[in-house]
Design a protein around this ligand. Structure first.
Ligand SMILES: [Mg+2]
Length: 262
């Protein structure tokens, strides 16, 4: 895996004359990783760069986040870009609005899991339960490492029967466990869907997808674009489906500056 800037001239050649579809994760990609999700605030500079990119007539931006749609839209606060929340279960943007329909039975299960998690983990410092409407996240970044096995065991005890009956799915992220609807839909599926839609709208133009993300859940998108576009992992190089890496969100910003000038 090579550093993105090492191959920048090649990337520039690949992007030349193409319509660029820039897919971006939010936490850890556009903002540094922080202790609690509400503290991951996007800088004015990053926002300015995203705006400049979105105004280019050969570029479209989509933010693909695990956050709830309302939350991610509020955090970024820009028009003229596509937002996808809950790892693709929700999509909203210019001329597009879609949300996966879930059953009332699933919603009931989610509520029940939330109540049980609260009851059994309320004594553990640092546990954060985030209700994202279509999914439920258990964050444990701030939990004492000695208590982690207990927290994870409780989580699995609560969810195991629902999981066995295929009523829910479980997703593992960075210091987070998530309960999701039992559907085959992830960041990889949603980016392929958005790309196909864009290609249809831009009939004739060559659309090149670029995906930048830092999390385990971004691997689905890296894999989906392995032969179709350019994929960039944010963080230290490691086994990944991504072609390139950038060290941190500051380097992501620098890449935006370069693309604006391409
Ligand atoms: Mg992330």
């Amino acid at each position: 895996m090579r550093h993105t800037f090492y191959d920048l001239e090649k990337i520039k050649r690949d992007l030349k004359g193409k319509y660029i579809f820039l897919f971006l994760d939010y936490d850890g990609t556009l903002t540094p990783i922080v202790k609690t999700p509400d503290k991951a605030i996007i800088s004015q500079e990053t926002k300015r760069l995203l705006y400049a990119l979105s105004e280019k007539n050969n570029c479209r931006i989509a933010i693909i986040s695990g956050r709830d749609l309302v939350d991610i839209k509020k955090m970024v606060g820009l028009k003229n870009i596509i937002y996808s929340g809950n790892h693709g279960l929700q999509i909203e943007g210019p001329k597009i609005k879609h949300e996966l329909a879930v059953s009332s039975g699933y919603k009931k299960i989610l509520r029940s899991i939330k109540i049980q998690l609260k009851e059994r983990l309320c004594g553990i410092k640092g546990v954060l339960i985030e209700d994202k409407k279509l999914s439920l996240a258990l964050h444990f970044r701030l939990v004492d490492r000695k208590q982690l096995p207990f927290v994870k065991t409780v989580f699995h005890e609560i969810i195991i029967l629902y999981l066995a009956k295929n009523k829910i799915k479980i997703k593992y992220g960075k210091e987070v466990l998530e309960v999701r609807p039992p559907v085959q839909w992830d960041k990889g599926k949603v980016v392929l869907w958005l790309l196909a839609r864009q290609k249809f709208a831009k009939a004739g133009a060559e659309v090149l997808p670029v995906y930048i993300g830092d999390d385990i859940t971004d691997e689905d998108a890296f894999k989906a674009f392995q032969r179709l576009g350019i994929t960039i992992l944010v963080g230290k190089p490691k086994p990944s489906y991504a072609h390139y890496y950038l060290k941190n969100p500051d380097e992501v910003k620098e890449l935006f500056r370069r693309i604006i000038k391409f």
